[in-house]
Design a protein around this ligand. Structure first.
Ligand SMILES: CC(C)(COP(=O)(O)OP(=O)(O)OC[C@H]1O[C@@H](n2cnc3c(N)ncnc32)[C@H](O)[C@@H]1OP(=O)(O)O)[C@@H](O)C(=O)NCCC(=O)NCCS
Length: 165
């Protein structure tokens, strides 16, 4: 199975409303959403509005695809004004595809495209909950450097949390 996925082409493309069903496989799954900013989507309406109002207008939010089917998400969010030199990256993958290096390949592609598209960027950063070991490992494998612990930095699903930068 691992060999099969590795030889399959992963592509990134903008979201479409027709991704709703595939999208709900990861945004509606608590195994995935326990670490994401969005809550677990419970209905097709919630999924459609998120794609329409958040993914499509986003400066760079891409569907990670196999055979054009959405299996995950990666985003690069450049900051505004005097902070336009940096962008935040994030990703999520349907749980059935975890552990096969797919997100590493997708994030590498997004970083390359992000630097091309947003010419003021010199820095990519990621904020990760301290409990999210898989994501920390992914970032480490991508060559990101741990810069520190930000204490009581964000409210995650109603609870104030520390995050790693
Ligand atoms: C984080 C996520 C994107 C990783 O995707 P993935 O394709 O499974 O990642 P990879 O297969 O490339 O690598 C995962 C690495 O983390 C390691 N890992 C996985 N779970 C782990 C855990 N609980 N503790 C420590 N390491 C862990 C794996 O062993 C692997 O490292 P290795 O190659 O050295 O063995 C995916 O797990 C996900 O969608 N999680 C939920 C959403 C999320 O957390 N998004 C990021 C928010 S900042």
């Amino acid at each position: 199975m691992e060999m099969e996925i590795k030889s399959l082409e992963i592509t990134l493309r903008p979201y479409r409303l027709s991704d709703a069903e595939d999208f709900s496989k990861y945004t509606g799954d608590e195994t995935v959403t326990q670490f994401t900013r969005w809550n677990t989507f419970k209905s097709k309406e919630e999924v459609l509005s998120y794609i329409k109002d958040a993914c499509i207008p986003h400066p760079y939010c891409r569907s990670i695809c196999i055979n054009d089917c959405s299996i995950g998400m990666v985003f690069v969010k450049p900051q505004d004004g005097d902070d336009m030199c940096r962008a935040e990256i994030g990703s999520a993958l349907a749980a059935e595809y975890w552990g096969q290096g797919i997100v590493i390949r997708a994030v590498k592609m997004a970083i390359t495209e992000g630097f091309k598209e947003f010419t003021d960027l010199v820095r990519m950063q990621a904020l990760v909950l301290i409990e999210n070991k898989a994501s920390q490992r992914v970032l480490e494998k991508l060559g990101f450097h741990m810069e520190g612990l930000l204490r009581e930095y964000t409210i995650h699903k109603g609870t104030v949390k520390d995050v790693f930068m």
